[in-house]
Design a binder for this molecule. Structure first.
Ligand code: SF4
Ligand code: SF4
Length: 440
């Protein structure tokens, strides 16, 4: 797999400060729609709920509970715009003051099956989308079978390697570095449970070797048998298929993109932080980390907020730019430009704010067949062809050219002299194919 080196677009944020805890926002939105379908609301308008109360439940008991990230009164259930450009039904909560994060008695010394079920009940959501939720993904075949009745591929594969991904995903990002720098003790607390659940013969923590976490953390992890590996953080080495190949030499089959198929499980270090915290004091995984950066003003701030906090109060706290020209949630290469500042953030994320003179406006041109996009594609695709096929509505032809293998890294667009919006074209093609499947 080829890795294209891209220069940092902005000055490195350097050593990140600890995240600030923001006061609760006026409203919190907890989407019922997500990657596994729609959960059924468990609350009604006017009802008052405690922090951590169940507000949504999927029919499939193997899917995570949706919980209130703050105590509050249920204003209603309404449609919201999500940061990835979708619409979702969401429970709207009006928080009742700033309470402590929701917690419950931590599962002490639980056996793997009970622990896996406890994590599902706790409602672990994750930063990246995965084919299965976190508790199922990291279970050994025996635990997956007993806890979740999952016996087919990929769950019958033993997990040889469990990777804790502490690499920030793109230039300018510092969410994972912050976890390792300031919240790493919780990651240490998570290791025994991760080993018990996965039965992995090898647990690896990867971190940015140009910004290693303190020696104390690495020593504590090594004492627990974790292989700590500093990697050169060259984009897109933190994206799962690329990372798995860098660490294990194995290629993750596409388009399933499930590392379990090759005996590997990957979890984000932000999830390991939440897991360690849950096991230590019972704090439910309902708080997320949000980075706000404005490269023009050199601003880099990190906040801890309840999951479901809309963009607006986070941007206001950062005072990133009173009249930003563009807000991108998900970072410069993987993110989505926002039009609605009420869009709720439900997982740890990177928000980039651009001022008017940072935004380049242009009309993209036809592909000039220069071929620059081909050698940079880590998935060995023909981005030029995919872009054209999606542009002209030839979605089935794009599918035949492995459209679903694209990991939307954005490198093809980064190098394109015709400024073609490759990722947008490819995402459009993928969505059209999904819609056609739903209709047929
Ligand atoms: S966005 Fe997709 S097609 Fe473009 S370089 Fe990345 S993986 Fe390849
Ligand atoms: S880099 Fe842009 S112009 Fe060149 S082949 Fe790829 S899509 Fe076409």
């Amino acid at each position: 797999m080829k890795l294209a080196k891209i220069a940092l677009i902005a000055a490195s944020p350097g050593s990140p400060p600890p995240p600030d805890v923001l006061p609760h926002p006026e409203k919190i939105f907890i989407p019922l729609d997500g990657p596994w379908g729609r959960a059924e609301a468990q609350v009604a308008p006017g009802q008052t709920v405690e922090a951590g109360a169940v507000v949504g439940r999927f029919q499939d008991p193997r899917l995570p509970m949706l919980r209130a990230s703050a105590a509050g009164s249920v204003e209603g259930i309404r449609t919201v715009n999500t940061p990835d450009g979708q619409k979702a039904q969401a429970v709207v909560l009006q928080p009742l003051g700033d309470g402590a994060p929701a917690s419950q008695a931590p599962p002490q010394g639980a056996a793997p099956v009970a622990l896996a079920k406890a994590l599902t009940e706790a409602g672990f959501a994750e930063t990246d989308r995965h084919p299965w939720p976190f508790p199922a993904r990291i279970c050994s075949p025996e635990t997956a079978s007993e806890a979740f009745q999952l016996t087919d591929a990929p769950f019958h594969n033993p997990i040889e390697t469990l990777i804790i991904n502490g690499l920030d995903r793109q230039p300018g990002e510092m969410v994972r570095r912050t976890v390792l720098g300031h919240l790493g003790s919780f990651v240490v607390q998570a290791v025994a449970a991760l080993k018990a659940l996965s039965q992995a013969s090898r647990v690896v923590l990867v971190y940015d070797r140009s910004a290693p976490p303190g020696g104390e953390l690495l020593r504590s992890l090594q004492e627990q048998g974790v292989d700590c590996r500093g990697l050169e953080n060259v984009y897109p080495s933190a994206l799962t298929p690329v990372l798995v190949q860098l660490v294990t030499g194995k290629q993750v089959p596409q388009p399933a993109s499930d590392p379990r198929l090759v005996g590997v499980a990957v979890i984000d270090v932000t999830t390991a932080w939440q897991l360690g915290r849950f096991l230590t004091d019972g704090t439910l995984p309902l708080e997320i980390l949000v980075q706000v950066s404005s490269w023009k003003s050199g601003l880099h701030r990190l906040y801890r907020v309840p999951a479901g906090t809309p963009l607006e109060p986070i941007l206001a706290a950062a005072n990133a730019a009173p009249q930003p020209a563009k807000i991108v949630v998900g970072g410069p290469l993987l993110g989505y430009a926002q039009f609605d500042r009420q869009a709720p953030l439900v997982a740890s994320d990177f928000v980039l704010v651009q001022q008017p003179d940072e935004v380049h406006t242009y009309n993209y041109r036809a592909c000039i067949n220069c071929g620059h996009c081909v050698p940079v594609c880590p998935m060995k695709l023909l981005p030029n062809e995919l872009g054209k096929l999606c542009e002209y509505g030839r979605f089935h032809d794009a599918e035949a050219q492995y459209l679903a293998h694209c990991i939307e890294c954005g490198l093809c667009a980064f190098v394109c002299p015709a400024k073609r919006p490759m990722v947008q074209l490819i995402r459009h093609g993928k969505r059209e194919i999904l819609e056609m499947r739903k209709e047929s």
